[in-house]
Design a protein around this ligand. Structure first.
Ligand SMILES: [Zn+2]
Length: 160
């Protein structure tokens, strides 16, 4: 994890060197304190959460707090009673729909959004979701191939 963060910071630094105007968009997560680039409309804000998990965790926390508050209300209690009744009446309980992994390549949504936004900022144009995913997948394949090549080279140098 530490190596990943270091790699990320080195990348962030080279991005900021190449595009100094993006410095204005540099902010720090109020929760885990990691630096990240935010959208220009949020530039200068210090109360943001990073897209690497804190944003999502906060959103879930807020939504579960909201639903707890809601069900505490009288109207909510009534609604819950009706819902429970419905649930009991149902013969086959249906599972919540699963998010298809194929579309996002298995990456968490806030992270994809972040990478897409940063790519668009860097390139000064709108980078589409599809284009970005294709790029990520290509990078991934190149990286894996390089690792295999290295392993093969090492085996050749160190025969059993
Ligand atoms: Zn964070």
């Amino acid at each position: 994890m530490a190596a990943l963060v270091l790699e990320y910071y080195l990348l962030l630094r080279s991005v900021l060197q190449a595009k100094p105007r993006l410095r204005a968009c540099l902010t720090r997560c109020r929760h885990c304190r990691i630096f990240f680039l935010t959208h220009p409309r949020n530039a200068g804000r210090g109360d943001l959460r990073c897209p690497f998990g804190c944003q999502e965790a906060h959103r879930q926390q807020q939504s579960s707090r909201r639903s707890i508050e809601y069900y505490r209300g009288k109207e909510g209690q009534l609604k819950k009673r009706i819902q429970n009744g419905k649930r009991r009446a149902a013969v086959c309980p249906t599972d919540p729909p699963k998010v298809p992994i194929g579309e996002s390549g298995g990456w968490p949504e806030p992270m994809l959004e972040h990478v897409q936004m940063v790519s668009s900022l860097i390139e000064g144009r709108r980078v589409s979701r599809r284009e970005m995913l294709e790029r990520v997948l290509r990078q991934h394949t190149i990286g894996r191939r390089r690792k295999i090549d290295q392993t093969v080279a090492w085996i050749n140098e160190h025969p059993p």
